[in-house]
Design a binder for this molecule. Structure first.
Ligand SMILES: [Ca+2]
Length: 184
């Protein structure tokens, strides 16, 4: 029988891999802040951090990060087969699988997540830009899109939560909705 991996281990590995690749929760929260500020002047960095943490608790997001970053790491070590090695290593212009993996993980958080992801993909805000331009400093072909995906999900989640709060939904109801979001 195959060994079942505990979800705590998967989440811990996801968090570890982000730190290992130079991306902190705060880096992602800063992007969320920039995305939400124009729509909600009262948004606090703590809200953004909380939202990023919640998104990282989602299995679909964890799996996307683990797959994408693994490919970045293998490319860095020259361990992919050609021609994929060269394509990933050079972040070849027409290679879109990195964007597709990031996009695939934003559907669970609704249309705001999808449009925010598209915006981040074009504008490359904050750490995303740093990763995108980190020439000669490792391969981050997948990581920039995955960070955009986490940030877009966290921004969408936060937008909905802020509205729930405005409408004075009971904290219990907000928590319940959150648990349901986690499935997927
Ligand atoms: Ca990319």
């Amino acid at each position: 029988m195959n060994k079942q991996v505990h979800s705590y281990d998967v989440e811990a590995a996801t968090r570890r891999i982000l730190i290992e690749r130079g991306v902190t929760i705060e880096d992602i929260a800063d992007i969320v802040m920039q995305m939400q500020k124009p729509y909600n002047d009262n948004v606090m960095i703590e809200d953004c951090i909380e939202s990023v943490n919640a998104v990282l608790g989602k299995r679909e997001m964890q799996h996307a990060i683990l797959v994408g970053v693994e490919l970045d790491k293998l490319a860095e070590k020259n361990m992919l087969s050609e021609p994929l090695q060269s394509i990933v290593e050079t972040d070849e212009g027409l290679f879109g699988v990195d964007e597709t993996i990031g996009l695939g993980a934003v559907f669970g958080y609704g249309s705001i997540a999808v449009t925010t992801y598209g915006h981040l993909d074009k504008q490359k805000v904050g750490i995303i830009k740093e990763l995108d331009t980190k020439e000669g400093n490792g391969v981050h072909t997948f990581l920039d899109d995955l960070v955009a995906s986490v940030a877009a999900n966290a921004a969408s989640r936060l937008a909905h939560r802020l509205r729930d709060r405005e409408e004075h939904l009971a904290e219990e109801e907000i928590q319940k909705r959150d648990q349901e979001e986690r499935i997927g």
